[in-house]
Design a protein. Structure first.
Length: 156
């Protein structure tokens, strides 16, 4: 189920990176409570190796996912996370990672990119999960964008 998503935004790359990726465990439940009931950094300080847990509402087919931060570059606005427990790892996936890159644009905005890498369990199929995952990533970036536009002093 590897796929890529790109979302253009008028928000600066630095603000989008901080809000949508680095601090999502704090911001996400505030701006998407219908999907993300709670989240927390449960191990580490946000550096490589840190683990956060995202707890979801009944809108998703699973209740939580734990993800490990494998790579982060605050200057290039890049990071990579790997699901280590929960989510579709309990059902159809053997492994799942997402590489994020927020690229600045010449207009002061950014392009948010996410590329997934997944390995299915033998006999498992994606079904409509790819479309749902793409939609969720677009909503993550657009929800963050709306919050940042409404709160110009946040994440500066």
């Amino acid at each position: 189920m590897p796929f890529a998503v790109e979302v253009e935004s008028p928000v600066s790359a630095a603000r989008m990176f901080k809000a949508a990726l680095f601090d999502w465990h704090n911001l996400g439940p505030k701006i998407a409570p219908h999907v993300l009931s709670s989240a927390a950094l449960i191990e580490g300080d946000g550096s490589v190796g840190s683990i956060r847990q995202l707890n979801f509402t009944s809108d998703l087919p699973f209740s939580y996912v734990k993800e490990r931060l494998d790579y982060i570059d605050h200057e290039k606005f890049e990071c990579k996370v790997t699901a280590i427990e929960g989510g579709h790892l309990e059902t159809i996936l053997e492994s799942a990672t997402v590489r994020f890159k927020i690229e600045p644009t010449s207009t002061g905005g950014c392009i948010c990119k996410a590329v997934t890498e997944s390995k299915f369990k033998p006999g498992a199929h994606a079904g409509d999960e790819e479309a749902k995952a793409k939609e969720a990533l677009v909503k993550l970036f657009k929800g963050t964008e709306a919050y940042l536009l409404a709160n110009p002093d946040a994440y500066v």
